[in-house]
Design a binder for this molecule. Sequence first.
Ligand code: SF4
Length: 362
Amino acid sequence: MKTAPENGQPETPLVIPVFIMNGGCPNQCIFCNERIAAGDFSPQITKSFFDSRVESYLRWSKDKPRRVEIAFYGGNFTGLPVGMQTLLLSWAGNYIRAGAVHTIRISTRPDYIDAGVLDFLQAHSVATVEIGAQSFNDEVLRLARRGHNAACIRQALILLKNKGFTTGIHLMAGLPGDTKESFVQSLEITASLKPDTARIHPVLVFKDTPLARQWQDGLYHPLGLDEAIHWCALAWETLAPAGIRIIRLGLQITPEMAADGALPAGPVHPSLGSLVQAAVFHSATLKLLKDVPHQTKRLEFSLHPRDISRFRGFRNKNTRAIKKLYPGAQIVIDSGPTAICGRITVNTETTGPFSVDVAGFH
Ligand code: SF4
């Protein structure tokens, strides 16, 4: 899965993704088609390919000093033969020794994590491990043919944290058998386990997958776009207050995904992350206005410049909804120099300023 920061947080590292294309996967999960999701990567990574990819990212970012990580995505890294893991990590290690890259991150399955594996990763400069969890509901995991249960994910995360790794989790919204209730339960368990980061992906139906056949046979119905935005907003509202940074909402659209027939169904949108953030801002605004009478004549909002578009929503959807609730009010949106990122402040003609802080935007 490709990665790109969406929440505008300045400390976001430069991540150089290298896709191992289902390398180390013991089975095919019903939704997975890495060839389309990751894009045009060879299943065999050669050293020259690896070096040219890393160097092109380093050239591109040479004037923007920040933390740099090499990331092995798109498979089950710790399921690869140990010789292959050692080789890939030694290629990445060359850049660490040269001072051009700081650390390595991998994504892997929870059932391929144990204390010995983690010692090996630590000895090879891996600092971050992202776990493909997808759900904490055993029935959802079974239907997705994941081959592990929820207890296994918990165990892996606890072990990783005890060993001092930075941890990430991937969750999917709307897998077969998943309901809003089971998804919220997965979020609550995730919040209690406190990984450092999370990626939330509403399920997309990729062609040439068992899920596509289920969809074709009318046995699977993906979330609609509005539903996906709502579920992802719930994810933000549950995970961000627990201190979990959401580093991705929805998959990055690759050219392969944009090709005809590649994604026959599912809530695909190139700016899903922005739509979700706008939904989170809108629900926080409604909470802020909870006790403000609907006859109010003036609503003067103050926000950090970075939050203005989140507050307004796509094509002013959020401001139009506020106007509907307060038909007689003049709505002013201001971005004063003292405004704090993630804070919505409102003044009315009868009340002084009062605010709400939206978690995850500071
Ligand atoms: S483990 Fe991950 S990469 Fe492998 S088939 Fe399942 S979802 Fe795809």
